[in-house]
Design a protein around this ligand. Sequence first.
Ligand code: C5J
Length: 223
Amino acid sequence: MTTKRMYAEPYEFEFDPATTALVVIDMQRDFVEPGGFGEALGNDVTPLQAVIAPCKRVLEAARRSAMMVIHTREGHSPDLADCPPSKIVRGRGEKRIGDPGPMGRILIRGEGGHDIVPELYPKPGEVVVDKPGKGAFCATDLDLILHNRGIKSLIVCGVTTEVCVNTTVREANDRGYDCVVLADCVGSYFPEFQRVALEMIKAQGGIFGWVSDSKRALEVIGN
Ligand code: C5J
């Protein structure tokens, strides 16, 4: 066992790379690019694009060090059988899940918008978890996949900080995983939510986990 220590808040994040996975949450065109689900909900997607470059640096370091890499994608089957009706109507927007958009049907598996941005595209051998909800453990095999590989710690990147990142970290924490969230590798449409969502994770002695950043992570991953 090799113990590495990453500078983090509220205190150092200790992990063994052999039992750690990098989890890249929902870096899909539907959230990050114009014309997708994020924009259909009324958001300006440009703040999320800033996350791509630091995520890519961490992803490449994880690949070089042979760390387990998991990508998640939020979305639904074409018949919407796995989409709660409440999720479809929520927001009362003009464009809804399943409607046609410039990148195909919004948030539907197999459509262009549902796919991961080219810069962070999964390599063969990396796990891709398709999830119908915000949390990556809800109605997926993620816990089983992590258990089978002996994973105990998660380094978390992706979007959005207050929705799918926060939900997944909370789910993971309740299942006994130690999570560190890299602040510049997670993004929100709202600066205030970005700040508060990260505060919530590390508050009360790390009630849900730790917060660090890509620079600190790169200092220890693969070294
Ligand atoms: C949202 C997500 N924000 N991936 N999904 O609806 O955070």
